[in-house]
Design a protein. Structure first.
Length: 522
């Protein structure tokens, strides 16, 4: 605007007039948007309280747009919404195309800022099976209160005009994963601008359109536009806070690699009366293979599976400080006893895990028959830690199966192979996503801990590494940027499931957490 205004001056006045005009604009902008000053916790709480209604209205609007990445038109509409929302706050926005769905990038620089912080979110959500939701439309957000029987009942939105109860919840797809946190950051920026302040660092915001699908286009976008993503720190705002709802920092996440196992019986299903005791049953073969991989305590028996895992005193101290309650966790899971990998819940997340995520052999339920099945199939995954690598871990499992006397093939067996080998296991793996972990004493960790401690007057919960996997690890590795996850939503938010929700107390705290970060110099 200032540059274009120069055309209104005559040629003889242009040099001095343009210079004076631009200088005036710079002074005016600087005076209206000074670097952020430290806000007291009381001041922050008051600002957040005033912003709750605008935040809920904006979240309701954003949630109303379906966002399953299998529908590119829906993702495009979500990107368009983000373009308007971030441009409204003064960001320069870009849509970075790749062979799949475009990545959204918003950037804002400030005159006195020398560092850049990049915030990562995702705008896509899990698929919706509307008939499983307790509301007419999962994309039309509803407000609910827990009744005496523990069930949530709809209440009128107009109640928000007089009071806002932290225990009320809004229900809708992506209300917590991950549109809620996007709104929290936007509203925090609005609060800062209302105080005529600007963050003490430059900001970049990335919205991933396919996180729920493993972010397949992220690598290509990074290769094409790596310079656009340069930053000093990366903050990932995804996932739930600690169950205590104390402000939480998570310093890393496990990776993941999946693989398929299949065993074989007769070439086609056979009558279990005629061929039982004669034709090998692939269900039993598969059960034996899988059972050989773990002991009664849940520890993996594959040679070398836990190699390289060790904890120093600092790591043990960090894990011990997390206020977990074993009884509460077990009650929530409804389990009598936990597996014995690690001495507690936090330690268990520092090891690679071996998990069966699905099994199938013939038909169960309606349509079941008395047969010897032709094959049995299991899908497994290994959650990786920084000390492990996907190919090596899959190779260890392959070797273990061979040691049990099985012939392992990377293709479906031919007729000749089925006749030659008595015990065949087909095994095929995916590429996998690596893990990452940032040191607890790294500058980004210290900065964020101090920011939250100052605002809440208590130390945040620091989790060394969470159990889940975030595809953003490719960002961390490709850009070689230190990263920390700042989860903002309630742990019982039903993400990925029907009746996904966001507790209003977490919306309030999330905005305060974002405001804390945006006002803390690096």
């Amino acid at each position: 605007m200032a540059i274009n205004s120069c055309k209104f001056f005559s040629q003889t006045e242009s040099k001095y007039a343009c210079f004076s005009f631009l200088l005036l604009c710079t002074i005016l902008f600087t005076s209206l948007s000074a670097p952020a000053q430290k806000l007291s916790p009381k001041k922050m709480d008051a600002m957040v309280a005033r912003q709750m209604l605008p935040a809920l209205e904006e979240l309701k609007d954003y949630v109303s747009i379906p966002n399953d990445a299998v529908n590119p038109e829906d993702i495009q509409e979500n990107v368009q919404w983000a373009e308007k929302a971030f441009a409204k706050r003064g960001f320069q926005t870009s849509v970075l195309k790749n062979a799949r769905l475009p990545l959204f990038l918003a950037e804002m620089s400030f005159p006195k800022a020398s560092k850049t912080v990049m915030f990562y979110f995702h705008l896509d959500g899990q698929p919706v099976r509307a008939d499983e939701w307790q509301q007419e439309d999962p994309f039309r957000m509803v407000l609910r209160e827990k009744g005496a029987d523990g069930a949530y009942e709809d209440i009128n939105w107009n109640l928000l005009q007089s009071t806002i109860n932290d225990e009320w919840r809004v229900f809708g797809r992506s209300s917590s994963d991950d549109k809620g946190p996007i709104i929290m950051l936007l509203q925090a920026l609005d609060m800062l601008q209302s105080e005529r302040q600007s963050p003490p660092f430059n900001i970049k915001v990335v919205l991933d359109p396919e996180e729920e699908k493993g972010s397949p286009g992220l690598k290509e976008t990074l290769e094409k536009h790596k310079d656009r993503f340069q930053a000093d720190y990366l903050i990932v705002m995804d996932g739930p806070m600690h169950a205590s709802n104390i402000p939480t920092l998570t310093l890393g996440c496990r990776g993941s690699v999946g693989f398929t196992l299949a065993t074989y019986g007769p070439i086609t299903p056979q009558h279990s009366g005629h061929y039982g005791n004669y034709a090998p049953n692939p269900g039993f073969l598969l059960a034996k293979v899988i059972a050989s991989m773990k002991d009664e305590q849940g520890r993996v028996l594959v040679d070398g599976f836990y190699n390289g895992i060790a904890f120093d005193e600092e790591a043990l101290k960090v894990m011990a400080a997390v206020p977990d309650n074993k009884e509460e966790i077990n009650a929530r899971l409804v389990i009598a006893e936990e597996e014995k990998v690690g001495n507690n819940y936090q330690e268990s997340l520092q090891y690679p895990s071996l998990n069966i995520r699905g099994m199938q052999s013939a038909v169960v339920g309606k349509g079941a028959a008395t047969i010897v099945p032709d094959e049995a199939v299991a899908l497994l995954d290994i959650r990786l830690v920084p000390e492990t690598e996907a190919k090596r871990m899959v190779s260890l499992v392959d070797s273990h199966i061979q040691k049990q006397g099985y012939t392992v093939l990377n293709h479906a067996p031919t007729t000749e192979e089925r006749l030659r080998y008595p015990q065949i296991v087909f095994m095929q793996s995916s590429g996998g996503t690596p893990a990452f972990r940032t040191d607890v004493n790294a500058p980004i960790s210290v900065w964020l801990r101090k920011a939250l401690a100052n605002s809440y007057k208590k130390e945040p919960v620091v989790i060394r590494m969470m159990g889940g996997t975030v595809p953003v690890v490719s960002f961390v590795q490709a850009l070689d940027v230190p990263a920390v996850l700042v989860p903002l939503v309630n742990v019982d938010n039903n993400q990925h499931s029907p009746d996904e929700n966001l507790r209003l107390g977490n919306l309030r705290m999330g905005m305060k957490t974002c405001l804390s970060i945006l006002t803390s110099p690096i």
